[in-house]
Write a protein that binds this ligand. Structure first.
Ligand code: NAP
Length: 543
């Protein structure tokens, strides 16, 4: 098996204002798999130099130690003048293998450079874990929390041309996942070891795939409370959800394109199945700014960089129609179901075969309904269904029902949105105020009403569910909605949105890999992902 460049360090920032706290964080980070521990001195409050030395004494040699005392100007919390900051770095340097100094500080005066050079050659208190053990190594760093640094190319060049600089580090707030592709290019072409990080939600993939481009390190936090930069993953997410240790050059990359996507449940679900089935693939959030052009630019760039390994995408709000247009413009293959629904929620890319698109909400809804009713799709013929909502999900649900002979009445708050669907799908419509007037065997909620955080809302004002009727709520955050609770209380059969979510994700797998999993892998993965979310306040909350 070809391995990724796992000389790439897993770097974990640690900080505490007590000697015991700092020592414990150091040991926990190493136990968790850190090969580089970054002591963020600027986040250590009033801790003294002696306390830092005590905490670092006899640190296990399995990890290298990096000292960072970040200035406020570069996103840290140290308010000291550069001179005092560098003197403190110099005093503590003997306990560390590497030091991080900002390029701005380095270039600001000869005196500052002299202090840094001195810190690099201070006799060490531990054997240096370095290729050139005569001195510790210097990371020259550039940070921009507002966006892409305007002088990025010049800054990089200056770091590269500075003899004392061993490792170039650049970190900026990504506007879109496209910034990550630029970070990969920096890593690929930099003549010195480099760290290129895109911060924020759109930058996750730059952290995850850093080893593929030979990065010196990627940063992960001990836990969510100790995240030191926006978008940083925890070690557990990196190692468990994204299987960092198993990623290699041949790993295929899948992901969910949307905006926002940081709370998507899809990575937790797909990665569970990828792991269980032993496929060499990883699935990541891909935040692409709204609008057709950002989507097109990202897809074209991912196509033009085969080394990135992008093979398939889930597509969610606001890009489902953009994905359709992209395939039309690029001559990609739009399958019959996507054409019928009028939106794409799944893309596949094959360097030899080009782009393909489908809509798996159709299959997901159909599977949820037929499983819930305990009948084959053929037996849907003639059942009466009331569908609430006229958005993207509604189109997939209606197409699936109508194609199998159901008699559909659609009701939507905004008349203009549902009117065109009457002729397109050959269905009836009812004014929103009269949505519960017609008899229905099946009621399907395709509105966002009832979704978190407004969980006490319900789209069904009817005072009863006709005896024996079936209620399907496509909303799945929360899993049990007010609508499903009311329906169960009235004796109706309930189908939950999670069933559709699992079904559409399973259909994505089949679209990407050419065959169904053949078992209930996605039901289990969805269940496990939801259970994991229930115990994590910051966990994903939507698709
Ligand atoms: P969408 O295109 O934005 O459509 C939203 C629909 O909700 C529209 O019909 C809208 O009516 C209606 N709506 C919103 N607020 C309303 C309110 N206060 N009262 C009445 N109607 C209201 O969204 P979508 O992509 O179709 O997604 C809809 C829902 O489906 C999501 O919220 C999600 O919970 C669920 N979903 C589930 C899955 C799954 O796998 N289970 C997958 C995707 C989505 P107007 O036209 O009047 O604005």
């Amino acid at each position: 098996m070809i391995r990724m460049n796992h000389s790439t360090h897993l770097a974990v920032p640690v900080f505490s204002d007590t000697v015991e706290g700092l020592r414990a964080a150091l040991l926990t980070a190493i136990d968790a798999g850190a090969t580089l521990v970054e002591v963020r001195l600027d986040l250590c409050g009033e801790i003294t130099d002696d306390d830092v030395r005590t905490a670092m004494t006899n640190a296990p040699p399995s990890a290298q130690l990096l000292l960072t005392y970040r200035s406020v100007a570069q996103g840290g919390e140290c308010e000291e003048e550069d001179e005092a900051r560098l003197c403190r770095i110099d005093r503590l340097a003997p306990w560390f293998d590497l030091i991080d100094v900002e390029l701005d500080t380095w270039r600001s005066s000869e005196r500052h450079r002299e202090l840094v050079r001195q810190a690099l050659v201070e006799p060490g208190e531990r054997p240096l874990q370095s290729e050139a053990p005569s001195r510790r190594r210097l990371i020259l760093s550039v940070h921009d929390f507002r966006g892409r640094p305007k002088s990025m190319q010049n800054d990089l060049l200056e770091c590269v041309e500075t003899p004392a600089c061993d490792i170039v580090k650049i970190a900026w707030s990504a506007r879109s996942v496209r910034d990550c592709l630029e970070a990969f290019e920096i890593l690929r072409s930099c003549p010195k070891p480099a760290i290129a990080i895109c911060m924020g939600a759109p930058g996750v993939v730059s952290r995850l795939l850093a080893p593929r481009y030979g990065a010196f390190a990627t940063f992960a936090s001990l836990d969510r409370q100790q995240i030191t930069a926006p978008g940083q993953l925890t070690i557990s997410e990196l190692k468990t959800t994204y299987r960092w240790d198993a990623l290699n050059e041949a790993t295929s990359i899948f992901g969910v394109i949307g905006h926002p996507v940081s709370h998507s449940l899809s990575p937790a679900t797909h990665n569970r199945v990828f792991s269980a089935r032993g496929v060499n693939a990883v699935y990541t959030p891909l935040d692409v700014a709204p609008g057709y052009e950002p989507l097109k630019a990202f897809l074209l760039e991912s196509e033009s960089r085969p080394s990135a390994g992008f093979r398939g995408f889930s597509v969610t709000i606001p890009h489902k129609l953009h994905a359709m247009r992209f395939l039309q413009e690029q001559g990609g293959h739009i399958d019959a179901i996507a054409g019928r629904v009028g939106a794409i929620n799944t893309l596949a890319f094959d360097p030899d075969g080009g782009w393909r698109g489908t809509n798996t909400d159709y299959a997901g809804a159909l599977a949820a309904i037929t499983t819930g009713l305990g009948m084959s799709p053929q037996r849907l013929a003639g059942i009466r269904a009331t569908v609430l909502g006229a958005g993207g999900v509604s189109r997939a649900v209606i197409a699936a029902l109508v194609d199998h002979g159901a008699i559909v009445t659609l009701s939507n708050r905004t008349e203009e949105r549902m009117a065109p669907m009457r002729d397109e799908f050959g269905i009836q419509t009812a004014p929103w105020e009269r949505r519960d007037a017609s008899e229905a065997d099946l009621i399907v909620n395709c509105t966002s009403v009832g979704m978190a955080p407004d969980t006490e809302a319900t789209p069904w004002t009817g005072n009863a569910f006709a005896g024996g009727s079936v209620v399907f709520d496509t909303v799945y955050t929360p899993e049990e909605t007010r609508l499903t609770r009311d329906a169960m209380g009235a004796g109706a059969t309930v189908i939950r949105g999670t069933a559709m979510f699992a079904g559409q994700a399973a259909a994505q797998w089949a679209f990407w890999f050419g065959a169904a999993t053949g078992d209930d892998a996605y039901e289990r993965a969805t269940r496990d992902a939801i259970d994991a979310c229930a115990t994590d306040a910051n966990a994903p909350t939507d698709f």
